[in-house]
Design a protein around this ligand. Structure first.
Ligand SMILES: [Mg+2]
Length: 239
């Protein structure tokens, strides 16, 4: 029996072309730090530190892994860089909204799920700080939802597509994988949840598929079709 629904954000609840968005994100981030770190070095080390988060084995948080890799590589201290990252996410990141869309369905879907008594997790790949995730939740219209869990780089020790990321979400929600439905647009990063026993729903509006591994979802459809799917699921007994 389903007890929890896990939602991906980028390309699922938040309509967006990830490739374009990441490109614009780098275009905004790199010059912001250019007076501190030479842009080529910055990009190289940002990619390496992000890779380290993807390979994180859970002893440290993703934030710790990122910073332990990134800061020494660019020869900067935390005291110097943290306030700049904060300022970036406060002042520049919000401008990236123009590269994301909006669907009224997102709020309706998650709202229905909460009303029906299911636990809800925003299972967005936790390689971003909470501030960056909060902004994207606002753009998507789901920031005011009473989420049981929002995964960010501060609170997570694994990333997608590591199946342990999904196990970590389960233990935080206090549910079994078999009691979860993972909803996402990425065949490799989201449907891998099926390998630990979660049900999966592939939202095809902004589908990403790198070909391998070729996971099959339990369900697939547009966000509109997913909305209709959610309208059909039963109410859960609160006790
Ligand atoms: Mg996605």
């Amino acid at each position: 029996m389903l007890k929890a629904i896990l939602f991906d954000l980028d390309g699922t609840l938040l309509p967006l072309d990830l490739e374009v968005f990441v490109h614009k994100y780098f275009e905004s981030l790199v010059p912001f730090f250019a007076h501190k770190v030479e842009p080529k070095l910055f990009i190289k080390e940002l990619k390496k530190a992000t890779e380290a988060m993807i390979n994180n084995t859970g002893t440290l948080s993703n934030e710790e892994v990122f910073m332990e890799k990134f800061l020494p590589a660019v020869e900067k201290g935390k005291e110097e860089m943290y306030p700049m990252f904060e300022e970036f996410y406060l002042t520049k990141f919000p401008q990236l909204k123009e590269y994301a869309g909006h669907s009224a369905l997102a709020e309706q879907i998650v709202g229905q799920v909460v009303t029906k008594g299911y636990k809800v997790a925003l299972a967005t790949n936790p390689i971003f700080p909470e501030m960056a995730t909060r902004h994207r939740m606002e753009w998507a219209g789901v920031a005011q939802i009473d989420w049981d869990l929002v995964t960010t780089y501060e609170n997570s020790g694994f990333s997608k597509p590591n199946p342990k990321y999904f196990s970590e979400v389960c233990s935080k929600l206090d549910v079994l994988p078999q009691e979860c439905l993972m909803v996402g647009n990425d065949v490799q990063e989201d449907l891998v949840a099926g390998t630990i026993g979660m049900q999966t729903y592939l939202v095809t509006d902004h589908l990403i598929d790198r070909g391998t591994p070729n996971y099959q979802p339990d369900y697939r459809g547009s966000l509109q079709e997913f909305y209709e799917f959610i309208c059909q699921i039963p109410y859960l007994d609160k006790d």
